[in-house]
Design a protein around this ligand. Structure first.
Ligand code: UDX
Length: 439
C-alpha cells in the first residue's frame, strides 16, 4: 500500500520506517529541509534502538522516500498519517494544536477525493471531528480517522513492530478496511485490534497515559507514607504488585515521571475535560501531577538535610540526567530538575549520564558534566542516584568510596542494591525506605 507520513519527529520517523519495513511504499514529509535531507541520506535524526538499521534498509530498497511537499504527498497516496507535535501551550496547560491545524489546512488544498487522513498525534478528544469538518469545507469525499500510538522512548521500533494492540477510530467501513490493510501483518502476528469511533480512540491514548501516571504517583504517595511510618515502600510495591489485578509494572517508587508525554498529556486531558464540563471527574489528575512534582522537591529537601541543612560549599555528584534510562531525552527530566535546584541553592553540581550529556548541557549549561563516573564523584559530599541506568548497578561501591569526600548516597530511584553499598561503608538513603533498609 502507498501512504504518506506527515511530520518526521519522533513518532513520524518511527512510523514511516516501520511501515516501509512491513512492505508499504511510504513518503515521509516534513517542512524541515535539513531533517528531510538527513533522512533521505538514510540517517536517523533521533536515537532509537534498531532504527538506524531499518531506516538504511528501507531507504536503500526504495520503499521509503522523503519530501517537503504536501502537494506531492497528496498525489502519491490516498492514506495520510499525521504525526506532528502537540506540545503544551506556553500560556496554559492545554495542547497546542497549531501544527496539526496547519497541516490539515494545507493538505486540504491538495487532497484527492477518497483520501483518508489518519491522526496519530495525541490530541484533545474531539479533534478528529473538528478536523473532519475543516477538511470537508475544502476537500470532497475525505475522512479523518484517529489511530493513537503507544510508543515508549527507547523501544519505539519494537513497540511499532510488535504492538500489544492497535486502536483505530473511524467513521466509515472504508476507513476501517484501509487501516486493517495497513496493519495486516501486525494483526496476523497477534496484535489485538479495536475499531471504534474517533472520540473513543482519542481518549484511549490519554486514558492509558493517565492510568500509568496515576499508578506511578500512587506508589510515590505510598513512599511518602512509608517514610512517615518507617516502612519500606519497595517491599510494599512488590507485595501489592504480586496481586495480578494490580500487577507490578509502573509501580517503581522514586523520583517520578517526566518526558515528553505523561506530564503534558495528563495536564492537557484535565484541561480538555474541564472544557467539556467533566473537569470534576478527572480532578484527581491535578493531584497525580502534584504528587509527581513533589517527589522532586522531596529529593532536594532530603539531599539538603543529608548535607547538613545547606548546599553552600557542598559538592554533589548526580548520576543520571535523562528522564528515564535508555533515552537521551531530557525533556521534563526529574533528574535534571533536581540537579538544577541544587545548583540554584548553592551546591557545586557535577552530572553523569551515559547518553544524555549533550542534551543536558544544552538545557542547563551552568552545570558541569562528565562521562566518567569516578570523575563526577571525585570529592563529592553526596552522590545522588536520579536515573536508573543499568550501569549504575555495576558500580563498585568500594572503589567509588575512595574517590568521594563522604560516602553518602541518596538513591532516589530505589533501584540500587543497598547491601553492597552499605558493606562498602556507604550511608545509603532512599525515598520511602528506612535508613537501616530491608532491601
Ligand atoms: C510513555 C508511555 O509508556 C507510552 O505508551 C506513551 O506513548 C508515551 O509516554 P515514555 O514517555 O517513553 O512512554 O516513557 P515510559 O517508559 O512510559 O516512562 C515514563 C516515565 O515514568 C519515566 O520518567 C520513568 O522513569 C517513569 N516511571 C516509570 C516511574 O517513575 N516509575 C515506574 O514504575 C515506571
Amino acid at each position: 500500500m502507498r501512504m504518506t507520513v506527515i511530520g518526521t519527529g519522533y513518532v513520524g520517523t518511527v512510523h514511516a520506517v516501520c511501515m516501509a519495513e512491513i512492505g508499504h511504499e511510504v513518503l515521509g514529509i516534513d517542512i524541515d529541509h535539513d531533517r528531510i535531507a538527513t533522512l533521505a541520506a538514510g540517517r536517523a535524526p533521533i536515537r532509537e534502538a534498531g532504527l538506524d538499521e531499518l531506516l538504511a534498509r528501507t531507504v536503500a530498497s526504495g520503499r521509503l522516500r522523503f519530501s517537503t511537499s504536501l502537494a506531492e504527498g497528496a498525489d502519491f497516496a490516498r492514506t495520510h498519517f499525521v504525526c506532528v507535535g502537540t506540545p503544551q501551550r506556553p500560556d496554559s496547560k492545554a495542547a497546542d494544536l497549531r501544527y496539526i491545524d496547519a497541516v490539515t489546512d494545507e493538505l486540504a488544498r491538495h487532497l484527492r477525493p477518497g483520501s483518508l487522513v489518519v491522526g496519530k498525534s495525541t490530541v484533545p478528544v474531539g479533534t478528529a471531528a473538528r478536523l473532519g469538518r475543516r477538511l470537508a469545507e475544502v476537500a470532497r469525499d475525505t475522512e479523518v480517522a484517529w489511530n493513537p500510538e503507544f510508543l515508549r522512548e527507547g523501544s519505539a521500533v519494537e513497540d511499532t513492530m510488535r504492538p500489544e494492540r492497535i486502536v483505530v477510530g473511524v467513521s466509515s467501513p472504508h476507513a476501517e478496511a484501509t487501516l486493517r490493510a495497513v496493519y495486516e501483518s501486525l494483526l496476523r502476528a497477534g496484535a489485538a485490534f479495536f475499531s471504534t469511533d474517533p472520540a473513543t480512540a482519542e481518549l484511549v491514548k490519554v486514558a492509558a497515559n493517565s492510568f500509568l501516571a496515576t499508578k506511578i504517583s500512587f506508589i510515590n504517595a505510598m513512599a511518602e507514607v512509608c517514610d512517615a511510618a518507617g516502612a519500606d515502600v519497595t517491599v510494599l510495591a512488590r507485595a501489592i504488585g504480586a496481586d495480578s489485578r494490580i500487577g507490578n509494572r509502573f509501580l517503581e517508587p522514586g523520583l517520578g515521571f517526566g518526558g515528553s508525554c505523561f506530564p503534558k498529556d495528563i495536564r492537557a486531558f484535565a484541561a480538555r475535560a474541564e472544557e467539556l464540563g467533566a473537569g470534576e471527574s478527572v480532578a484527581f489528575l491535578h493531584e497525580v501531577d502534584r504528587i509527581n512534582i513533589h517527589q522532586r522537591q522531596r529529593t532536594v529537601t532530603r539531599a539538603r538535610q543529608l548535607t547538613g541543612g545547606s548546599f553552600a560549599g557542598r559538592r554533589v555528584a548526580v548520576l543520571g540526567a535523562s528522564f528515564k534510562p535508555g533515552s537521551d531525552d531530557v525533556r521534563d527530566s526529574p533528574a535534571l530538575a533536581v540537579a538544577a535546584a541544587l545548583h540554584q541553592q548553592g551546591a557545586t553540581v557535577r552530572v553523569h549520564d551515559p547518553q544524555a550529556l549533550d542534551n543536558a548541557r544544552a538545557a542547563l549549561p551552568d552545570l558541569t558534566y562528565a562521562l566518567d563516573i569516578p570523575k563526577v564523584c571525585e570529592g563529592a559530599d553526596l552522590v545522588l542516584h536520579l536515573t536508573s541506568w543499568p550501569e549504575y548497578r555495576d558500580i563498585d561501591p568500594a572503589a567509588l568510596a575512595t574517590m568521594v569526600h563522604t560516602p553518602l548516597l541518596l538513591d532516589a530511584r530505589n533501584s540500587l542494591d543497598a547491601q553492597p553499598w552499605r558493606a562498602a561503608g556507604w550511608a545509603l538513603h532512599a525515598l520511602g525506605r528506612p535508613m537501616g533498609g530491608t532491601s
